[in-house]
Design a protein around this ligand. Sequence first.
Ligand code: UTP
Length: 474
Amino acid sequence: MYQELHDKLSKYGQQHLLKFWNELDSSRQENLAGQLNGIDWENLTAQIKRYVLKQPDAAIPHDLSPAPYFPLHPKESDLTELYKQAIAKGHELLHAGKVAALTVAGGQGSRLGYEGPKGTYPITPVKHKTLFQYFAESILRLNAKYDQEMNWYIMTSKLNDLQTKDFFEKNDYFGLNQDKVIFFTQGTMPAIGYDGKLLLAEKDSLALAPDGHGGTLLALKRSGALGRMRADGIDYISYFQVDNPLVSIVNPLFLGLHAIEKSEMSAIMLAKTGPFEKLGNFCMSGGRLQIIEYSDLPEELAKAKHHDGSLKFIAGSPAIHIISRKFIETLTADGKLNLPWHRADKKVPFINSAGKLVTPETQNAVKLESFIFDALPMATKSVVLEADREEEFAPTKNKTGVDSVESCQEMLIERDARRLKKGGVKVPRGKDGKPLIAIEISPRVAIDDEDVAAYCRSHGIEDLTSCHEGIYLS
Ligand code: UTP
């Protein structure tokens, strides 16, 4: 086994990975051999040349123009009519059980600095429910509304799969039918040192990282989850990220528009708060929709404005999609999918040639990730729909500051306060207009304005201004 591996690795200049072979017992040797044999070396070597040994060109097309989108508030009457039909279509598809939820939860959540899968982070402002619980309870409510049991696909990575499944087991799947919660695991990519050599995390193991949320599509296929989806009669996937508890699990208008327009992959867009907000930009190039990362959009385009002062490239991506099952089947038909790689420079601990673990202080390696939005240009038809940021997007990337636990909790409280107000309930607010108390409405009882209004009517809730402590409605 050794000689064969050695010959193969020498061909690609990676024979250092066998340095500790003779120190390993047979099961550890097998572990390492398994990892090394699982790599397509020809392909990886090409990616190393392209993305690691030099800074890759951003390869920005020269014909970028802002992508068209369906506006949040339709002005023309035919658009208003289309939205009405789309909402009805969305409800119809949900009633018919044609839609599944899909949460990508395989990331490492390094910015949050939290031990454990990000979905197990306690996020809600009063009851401190975890992200997974919050989504699970929202799905329970959807199930009740549409008289269906929705499939919920959760993508994990090899690094957090067991912990994630354990968490659901221990919590009894939060009341969901466990057969309807389908975990599937994404692929990994080896971390690569700046000299193009792969790193060892242990003497018998490569330093591996999840292959990015673009890995979702192939992982669905390889895990068999896609086959099950077809067998279960599911035609559409509502895709969202584990760190955005504000998201609608399925937005009926978005779903209906996707179906009516015969889109293959659709996207929600938000109006950016400024030219350099850290959201991908929806652009057109060669007649195809694509997302250009905020760091890659040329400055003059990012700053370009219309006569009324609004940004031309206004559409930012919160990573919320409807994807047709058939589109994924077509893309992954031969068990392969070549999405482009994106380079991320990281500090990756590794075993050095003396066999010692080194924890670097500065970036020493490249991780390669693929992104789900790179599938957009492969779709023959896409719909982009504007959404209200306050209703859809509260990412939990950091502990404090922008896109943090703090800002997310504020947005959750504000959203529930708004819903209460729409339901005719008085909410205590300070001079700055912010709610004076923490408010949390359990998704088990309400997931939209109508639900909240009906709940408050039936429970005689009219005025919360005399409350001084956090309120939890359940
Ligand atoms: P991010 O790109 O924000 O990464 O993921 P992250 O891993 O959560 O956080 P950092 O960058 O290490 O701080 C956006 C979404 O995509 C998922 C994440 O779980 C999150 O829901 N994701 C990301 C995956 O499922 N797999 C990946 O390989 C990367």
